[in-house]
Design a protein around this ligand. Structure first.
Ligand code: MN
Length: 131
């Protein structure tokens, strides 16, 4: 079964690029364009991993991470922040909010999948794109 990744991202271009890269590598992508929709979908689907943009309208990524972490059904689901906030304090804040790790924007298409797979229990196996 293809690993399911919930992508919470309000920027259409980022969502498109992220989805394109992940689907090409055999992942199933479920998109959400705001935190509320993301938290609701996460509860319904229980994805294998959640990619979380930090700069979101209404609920920011920190609030979304806290909401996701308050749901026991998601205890085992890694939450990886995707953020252009590169300052050390924000990294600590990201982890303190319940995220497992973070990936910096802009996304590097050459390393993005490996960065995501590093947070999945099975790593990149089973997600082959035939190469
Ligand atoms: Mn954003």
């Amino acid at each position: 079964m293809r690993p399911k990744i919930l992508v919470i991202e309000d920027n259409e271009q980022n969502l498109y690029l992220t989805t394109f890269i992940l689907e090409r590598h055999g992942y199933a992508v479920i998109p959400a364009q705001d935190g509320r929709a993301g938290a609701s979908l996460a509860d319904q689907i229980v994805p294998d991993l959640i990619l979380l943009d930090i700069q979101l309208p209404e609920m920011d990524g920190y609030a979304v991470a806290q909401a996701l972490r308050s749901n026991p059904a998601l205890d085992d689901v890694p939450i990886v922040a995707v953020t252009s906030y590169a300052m050390a304090g924000d990294r600590e804040r990201i982890l303190a909010a319940g995220c497992t790790g973070y990936i910096e924007k802009p996304i590097n298409p050459d390393t993005f999948v490996a960065q995501v797979a590093a947070h999945l229990p099975d790593g990149p196996s089973g997600s082959g794109d035939g190469t």
